[in-house]
Write a protein that binds this ligand. Structure first.
Ligand code: SAM
Ligand code: SF4
Length: 318
């Protein structure tokens, strides 16, 4: 059996890769990329051939699951082909998407995707428009995508970043997800450098939902992320993700690969290994593997008190 070479110096197995395939996005979510960001030129993005080579190397080292994210990953042409190839390597494949062009792509991905997370920040189309910068009519398209994905049989979860604009809709979001038997996760907003936005503490979110619908802690986990799950009195499954919680890092199992080919050990703390540079300068698989195994030993136990991102979330992948 292959030895797992993705063990950090605290004994954690980093078997879960969040792979961002683009920083491009149709949306300009106020909590993520905002309106002013430029996108990377195409030549800076890893090609699918480079992504597959990296995935093969990482699979050999211990990667079991790859979540394709972005920016909006479905904007990468032929993304279903990439998923097919990753699936063929025996990797558990997952996708995080804003849902806008998901519906029509489900038939092509149904056999090669193990799970999908769809972002849904609002029940009211007007609130969706304010947060995403997209026309409110597009809200219905996302709702349709959620329903079609659920019907396809692919396990699906919803993601909501909690900000002041959607705070009043949280219970409605729980009811919507519960009615479709889809778990929903509330994610604490992480500050991006220079942002003056207020971060709603996840305990306040929990309290609000507990008061309205009741919350009982579940033993079961849904996926490999850091969410803690609860069930409401109506049976809706609700997860909470708090970057500021002291437990967020304890069982960290993640590595991140940015769209321009940098391997990151932590979402928040900097420190990147430039894999694209190695891939484009003739490094052998063995040499790259050696560099990665040295790098993972540097993973910090936690991000400590630092809770501000130095890059926008769409250029890391969340
Ligand atoms: N475009 C896709 C989407 O929105 O689902 C995938 C990329 S997005 C960067 C990945 C995840 O990061 C989403 O669940 C999004 O809500 C979350 N996210 C973005 N900015 C965030 C922030 N500042 N704090 C917390 N979560 C954030
Ligand atoms: Fe785009 Fe997702 Fe960021 Fe919104 S959260 S701007 S949909 S990448």
């Amino acid at each position: 059996m292959q030895k797992n070479k993705l063990i950090d110096s605290f004994g954690r197995s980093l078997y879960y890769l969040r792979l961002s395939v683009t920083d491009k996005c149709q949306f300009s979510c106020s909590y993520c990329r905002g309106v002013e960001s430029a996108f990377l030129p195409k030549r800076e993005l890893l090609t699918f051939e480079e992504i597959l080579r990296m995935s093969q190397i990482l699979k050999k080292m211990g990667t079991k699951k790859i979540r394709i994210t972005g920016g909006e990953p479905l904007l990468r042409h032929d993304i279903d082909e990439l998923l097919k190839n990753l699936h063929a390597l025996g990797i558990n494949t997952a996708l995080t998407t804003n849902g806008l062009i998901l519906k029509n792509m489900i038939p092509k991905m149904v056999n090669v995707l193990n799970s999908v997370n769809i972002s849904l920040d609002a029940i009211e189309p007007e609130t969706f428009e304010i947060i995403s910068g997209m026309p409110k009519a597009f809200h219905k398209i996302i709702i349709d995508s959620i329903i079609v994905t659920k019907k396809s049989g692919i396990p699906v979860k919803l993601n909501t970043v909690v900000i002041e604009e959607n705070e009043k809709e949280l219970v409605d979001l729980v009811d919507f997800a519960g009615a479709l038997s889809i778990p929903i996760r509330f994610i604490e907003y992480m500050k991006v450098e220079q942002s003056k936005r207020y971060s709603v503490p996840i305990d306040i979110v929990k309290e609000k939902i507990a008061k309205a619908r009741g919350l009982i802690k579940m033993k079961e986990k849904f996926g490999d992320g850091p969410a803690q799950y609860y069930k409401t009195n109506d049976g809706a499954v609700v997860g909470f993700i708090a970057y500021s919680s002291p437990h967020f890092c304890d069982a960290c199992n993640r590595l991140r690969l940015t769209p321009d080919g940098k391997l990151r050990l932590c979402l928040i703390l900097g420190g990147e290994l430039d894999l694209k540079c190695m891939l484009r300068n003739g490094f052998s698989d063995e040499k790259i593997e050696h560099k990665i195994s040295e790098f993972v030993k540097l993973k910090p136990f936690s991000h400590g008190n630092r809770q501000i991102l130095e890059k926008k979330m769409n250029s890391i992948g969340g």
